[in-house]
Design a protein around this ligand. Structure first.
Ligand code: ADP
Length: 283
């Protein structure tokens, strides 16, 4: 058996087309990004986000600040963006070296928090009442839905417990009525857990962590890994897993393209919340 490849590029294109229609219907939408320092990868990510936003008709505001920028200066900028009526979404690009990132995340108005990292939005997800949810996990669930992977009653195993991927995707799977196990660097006998998975999501940042012997025949496997190696960009899942799994996301072209598409969708969602089309949970 060779796994069906879950095509993130194709689905992301569909999502972006739908977002474009919604943007046209809503009128002016603004996404502001804040980048500190000169990390080339961060600059590239931000440029890609701006291009993607502009393609769907979202106006973007690009703040690129020098590495010496203080935490207070970033907080001040965020306060201005919070009250700026032309800004629907705010995206502080992380990491921000030398800056307390938890403070930065808390300083974004939760209704403009298109990353879904603010404790209010993270808490809503934990409570099973999701509002703005991080883009990568949302993209993963969209891929699983697109390929009609059953989640209700399924055994889902998540490898990795990061705030950005592992924890939120585990909550989304739980909400979809899967039986969820979260594995991490202290998990004893990882294979014993992963072999049980009908749905396996791997987000550990370790090239080839999951090999074919760790996967149940017929499982759906989502590879969130983006590891730069001498062999190029590789995932956390050995490509040989395609011989055991029924569904597998490729790297690149699987989860990656979904992330930016879902960020754009979150910007539309944030605009709907702020304009009162959806109720945002304020005190
Ligand atoms: P991401 O950004 O993809 O979420 P991070 O690098 O932030 O990834 O986090 C890596 C996660 O992977 C951590 O939660 C860590 O506990 C988990 N992890 C690291 N090594 C292993 C391992 N050998 N087995 C299982 N999980 C691991």
């Amino acid at each position: 058996m060779t796994a069906t490849s879950m095509d993130g590029r194709a689905l992301a294109a569909k999502v972006r087309a739908a977002v474009k229609d919604e943007v046209a219907e809503l009128g002016e939408l603004g996404l502001a990004t804040v980048l500190v320092g000169d990390d080339p990868a961060s600059h590239l990510y931000i440029t890609r986000k701006h291009e993607a936003a502009q393609e769907v008709g979202i106006r973007t505001i690009d703040h690129r600040l020098p590495a010496e920028t203080s935490e207070d200066e970033v907080l001040e900028l965020l306060r201005g963006l919070n009250v700026n009526d032309e800004v629907d979404g705010i995206l502080p690009q992380l990491p921000m070296p030398g800056i307390d990132e938890a403070r930065i995340i808390r300083a974004v108005d939760p209704v403009k928090d298109v990353d879904g990292f603010h404790p209010l939005n993270a808490g809503q997800l934990y409570l099973g009442r999701p509002t703005l949810v991080p883009a990568t996990p949302t993209g993963i669930l969209a891929l699983l839905a697109e390929y009609a992977i059953p989640l209700d009653g399924a055994r889902a195993v998540v490898v990795g417990r990061s705030d950005i991927v592992g924890k939120p995707v585990a909550h989304l799977l739980l909400q979809a009525n899967a039986t969820v196990t979260i594995c991490h660097s202290h998990t004893d006998d990882l294979a014993r857990q992963t072999l049980d998975a009908d749905v396996l999501v791997v987000a550990a940042g370790i090239a080839g962590l999951v090999d074919p012997d760790m996967v149940k025949q017929g499982a759906a496997v989502v590879d969130v890994g983006q590891n730069r190696t001498e062999a190029g960009l590789v995932g956390d899942v050995d490509p040989g897993v395609a011989e055991r799994a029924a569904f597998l996301t490729p790297v690149p072209g699987g989860v990656g393209p979904m992330t930016i598409a879902m960020l754009l969708r979150n910007t539309v969602l944030a605009a709907r919340y702020r304009r009162g089309a959806l109720a945002f949970p304020r005190v």
